[in-house]
Design a protein around this ligand. Structure first.
Ligand SMILES: [Cu+2]
Length: 149
């Protein structure tokens, strides 16, 4: 009869190897989706896209309620970097706009893309305001928020 002698250090070594393998499987999954701030290498980090949209509804009396919107309503952009803001006109014939606190302005027309090149030197929240639809009395508020960090 043959005996195999198992040393305690072999058991400890095997347990450590098992734990290492399990940990590496957790951290190096080959098909894991990018997370924690990783982005696709083809994504242009400095172009931000918006569209003009519209919400509409009726109140209890049958009166139409509508509001034009920038969508997405908030974007976060880097400070001290040149960025492009692209706004595609979808709803509404035209939307003249300003960016409060800057000299940036323009017009978004239906079916056309308006592209602005911007560079913010101060952190803060800047309002992108459609001057035709600035509040509820004028089919708004059509206001987007540009958060500079
Ligand atoms: Cu507008």
């Amino acid at each position: 009869m043959k005996f195999v002698i198992i040393k305690r250090s072999w058991i400890i070594y095997s347990a450590l190897c098992f734990v290492l393998v399990m940990c590496s499987l957790l951290f190096f999954r080959p098909n894991a989706l990018p997370v924690d701030g990783e982005t696709s290498p083809t994504h242009d980090l400095y172009t931000f896209h918006m569209v003009t949209g519209e919400f509409s509804s009726e109140d209890d009396s049958g009166n139409e309620i509508e509001s034009y919107r920038f969508d997405p309503g908030t974007i976060v952009v880097p400070k001290e970097e040149e960025i492009k803001l692209s706004i595609l006109g979808v709803n509404g014939k035209e939307h003249p706009f300003i960016i409060e606190g800057t000299n940036a302005k323009g017009v978004v027309e239906k079916g056309k893309e308006t592209i602005l090149t911007l560079k913010f030197s101060k952190e803060g929240t800047y309002r992108l305001i459609c001057t035709a639809h600035p509040d509820a009395d004028h089919n708004g508020p059509m206001i987007g928020y540009i958060v500079v960090k």
